[in-house]
Design a protein around this ligand. Structure first.
Ligand SMILES: Cc1cc2nc3c(=O)[nH]c(=O)nc-3n(C[C@H](O)[C@H](O)[C@H](O)COP(=O)(O)O)c2cc1C
Length: 173
């Protein structure tokens, strides 16, 4: 199967459903619930032990994942709109909450993510255009690092114009 094959077909899940996965500290999937497997069109065998970029969609800006890893890496939780790619090339949008899991001594054991449905209007009017602009900015650069910084600068500039932190922006949508 070609990893980058895309059908253009959007998958949906119920407002009462939660897509759950847990990873080790490096982002390898240790647990995925039934809803995760159903929407991503994957079996447990395809999923457990694999890096979480298994469902990465090529239209997602790298700089969002960098922000995600920087945030959870510093022990904080993060909410993000994420576009994922199902095994056959369909796509689905989620509003993800990603958090580190700590043991009793505060040591990070791994990470955990719950995803709910994303409001289609927010995706269409705000998130999809923002991510498209970030991706275009990233692609102007040959060096991945430069691209990621440019994508992040675009996001930071937009937040500055609005006078909002990233978290406040997400919760304002
Ligand atoms: C708990 C957790 C959940 C994640 N969920 C997703 C996800 O749903 N989709 C996704 O593309 N990446 C997800 N990631 C981020 C991936 O680990 C990875 O950084 C991302 O897919 C970018 O991959 P790349 O570095 O190969 O471009 C998650 C990471 C963690 C720790």
């Amino acid at each position: 199967m070609n990893e980058l094959h895309l059908t253009g077909i959007e998958r949906r899940f119920g407002d009462d459903e939660v897509i759950v996965s847990k990873t080790d500290t490096g982002g390898r999937i240790a647990y995925a619930n039934r809803i995760f497997l159903r929407i991503a069109d994957l079996s447990e065998r395809d999923t457990i032990g694999k890096p979480h970029n298994l469902i990465r969609h090529p239209h997602m800006p790298r700089s969002i994942f960098r922000l995600l890893w920087d945030t959870i890496g510093s022990g904080r939780e993060m909410f993000a709109y994420i576009l994922n790619r199902a095994a056959g090339g369909d796509h689905y949008w989620v509003l993800a909450h990603v958090t580190p899991s700590f043991d009793a001594d505060g040591k990070v054991l791994g990470h955990h993510s719950n995803r709910r449905t994303a409001d289609p209007r927010v995706i269409r009017e705000i998130i999809a255009p923002l991510y498209k602009a970030m991706l275009e900015e990233e692609r102007k650069h040959t060096r991945q690092k430069d691209g990621m910084e440019a994508g992040q600068a675009l996001l930071t500039g937009m937040l500055k114009d609005k006078g909002l932190s990233y978290d406040r922006f997400i919760f304002s949508l």
